[in-house]
Design a protein around this ligand. Sequence first.
Ligand SMILES: NC(=O)C1=CN([C@@H]2O[C@H](COP(=O)(O)OP(=O)(O)OC[C@H]3O[C@@H](n4cnc5c(N)ncnc54)[C@H](OP(=O)(O)O)[C@@H]3O)[C@@H](O)[C@H]2O)C=CC1
Ligand SMILES: N[C@@H](CC=O)C(=O)O
Length: 830
Amino acid sequence: MPSSPPSEDPSQSCHVHKFGGSSLADAAKMRAIGALLGETGTRLVVVSAMQGTTNALVAMAEAAREGRDWALDWEALRQRHLDAAETLGDADVRETIAAGFDDLRADLLELAADPADAQTLAARVHGAGEIWSSHLVRAALGDGWQRLDAREALVVHPGEMGVGVDWDESRRRFARWRAEHAGRDTVVTGFVARDAQGRDATLGRNGSDFSAAIFANLCDADALTIWTDVDGVLSADPRLVPDAVLLPSLSYAEACELAYFGAKVLHPQTLAPVQSRGIPLRIRNTLRPQAPGTEIVAKHSADGTPVKGLSLVRDLAVLELVGNGMVGVPGAAERLFAALHGAGVSVTMISQGSSEHSICCIVRADQAERGRAAIAQAFAGDMADQRTQAVRVTQDISVLAAVGDGMVGTPGVAARLLGGLAQARVNVRAIAQGASERNVSVAVASDDATRALRAAHSAFWLSPQHVSMGVIGPGQVGRALLSQLAATLPKLRARSQLDLRIRGLCDSRRMALSETGFDPDSALAALQEGAANPIDLDAFAAHIRGEHLPHALIVDCSASDAVAARYPQWLAAGIHVVTPNKHAGSGEWARYAAIGEAQRRGGARFLYEATVGAGLPVIQTLRGLLDTGDELHGIDGMLSGTLAWLFNRFDGSQPFSALLREAMALGYTEPDPRDDLSGLDVARKLVILAREAGRELSVEDVDVESLVPASLQKIGREDFLARLEEIDAPMQARLDAAAARGLGLRHLARLGADGSAQVGVVALPADHACRHTRLTDNLVQFRTARYSQNALVVQGPGAGPQVTAAGVFGDMLAVARSLGAHTLRAEPLA
Ligand SMILES: NC(=O)C1=CN([C@@H]2O[C@H](COP(=O)(O)OP(=O)(O)OC[C@H]3O[C@@H](n4cnc5c(N)ncnc54)[C@H](OP(=O)(O)O)[C@@H]3O)[C@@H](O)[C@H]2O)C=CC1
Ligand SMILES: N[C@@H](CC=O)C(=O)O
């Protein structure tokens, strides 16, 4: 098939168009195609059968062979074709089609009698639809159009790898036909052909595309346009990846790879006849002819994206031969694949580690058992004397392939694919990349397939990083977070590849779940307006984890120990956790250790910056010091925003209880303010910091002075609040005693170099740094080997819903960044 340059004279040019069944569903649609064809040069229109016809014919042939009734279907199909001829107003065509249906009936009756050449007869039945549609389309296009029955020109033979074309003979016959038919424009039957003995044959499923490509080659066309009912080739299956984008151009090689691996728009065999002559192939949509479609050419213009598209093939299985005796022994692979060949098992993907200890291939699920038996038989002798150990089948496998010419010679493409899958917690069963470097394929469990596809689509920036998010506890902090998200998410979506979706919200009683995601503004209403279900944290987490979204994140804004107890399980399942809740960081050591272990195993991140200092960078500062090799000697300062605010304001002009009520209203206190007054909240923070520095400290180890009178310690929260004034006298006495010495009260925490930890109220002179703070300021001094003479200080507001929510939000973005969602791009890809 030598190539030749396209014709430069438009009047000499030839353009082949192919129309599928959906474009030819009735007479009106057939008439409409005329407007799509352009006026210059020679036009060749290759047609499929009317929509649904080939399936109906195949079913009738099957019914005839099995002795079932086909008469009603025959009549319905006949009527539909006669109606189309009637509408087109062509009596000759009507008569031809009526005669064609008589022939069909005769063929079906013959098939029922089990004739010797049933295959030829079946081919004639299967291909009848294209014969009828070619008559109809010729009539619809009007005078000046002639018709070619492809059986007069096209000679094919069955081959190991599908139908093969006898190019020389076909070219000779086509040239002769053209010489005998002077007309310019021709309608050609798709799908049908004859073999060298003159028997009817077909080109197989989607054979009309193949016919069109063959005729484009035979007449050395300037272009082939395949008209269908989709806009072109997309970057992934849009039913699985809603953000899939139209690919404006592809190389033949890319199209071929994508077609092999599931992009249904084009069959790979269609490409060879046009590729060999460099004929551009365009896929366009009959329903949206204004859309540019996808152009497939020898070399498309590079757009800088290494991966063009992703495809997914389901219903596969892993077939694996394991054997110590295969190492370094020539011929094992040959025997294995010969066995599969003999059993008629088609191999989709092959992967073998360099140890040669096992050979793994991916085959169709329904052929796997046959393949296993064939291999077991071929290696029976080796099994018996232990040279091979096992033939294993793993069902429910899908193969995901990343395809693109830009991958050739580009380092890091496989890393990006595998990294994306790892972040989405998708386990890879096998990997294959050919030396062409245009395709990296991975086999994954089918349950993970959609998530894998979406994760890969995001990893190559073909779509945003979707994070499925659940928010627990829309209290003071939770609500502030929702309002910050409402104000910020649209900007994030516009400027980055990050798409955070709130797919669940719950409080201590109810939960509201959404498939697509709540608008942050309306999430609370959804929880409160009765659409919610009773809280079930397992169901909540399972919904957030979802199978189809690559990344999951739970933001716990409660102060619940029971919720914190779920973190190890969530992290192990790959759900990232972000929280201002101090229970996990300061609770029982075994759970704390389990959280660390679950992070390591599950690959998910646990971030809790807001547990200490609210929005202040306290934990990250400490981590930075330690990670760079500094050594922590001690921490001291003010770690409670509530107590800082109270002691900044408490001068005796107002009772302590009144100030405490004000702090509660401002959202500074813990849900139960006794956690602040008792020093427990600060003790928790000290424990979190100590553990961050690798010390095995627990709250019980902290020497805590409580400001809650013994009489108020063991009663319920509401009773405590009702009796709050009982705290006033002791606090006033403390204030007076300090003032008498010229001192002021501050609540301090200290972690010593020796591991000791204390929390309590201290009377300080006016020049002490902690006397020069404002409002809720926390002041955290890190004394380290490097900062030994002068402590490193982090200071600023340490309580309040807005600053705490900002700390939580910061952690959420840190998780997103770790997923690779930090790249900002001005415009979407397409
Ligand atoms: N406020 C601040 O300045 C700071 C707060 N934090 C921490 O932030 C967290 C939230 O504080 P804040 O917003 O003030 O508290 P709130 O009491 O205002 O809100 C707590 C929320 O958690 C929900 N909740 C409680 N128990 C459960 C449960 N078992 N399951 C699900 N949801 C539950 C509550 O629901 P319901 O209404 O049904 O009870 C409520 O929506 C706390 O852990 C706190 O320590 C950290 C730093 C600063
Ligand atoms: N109640 C706490 C809130 C932050 O952790 C405080 O006042 O510091």
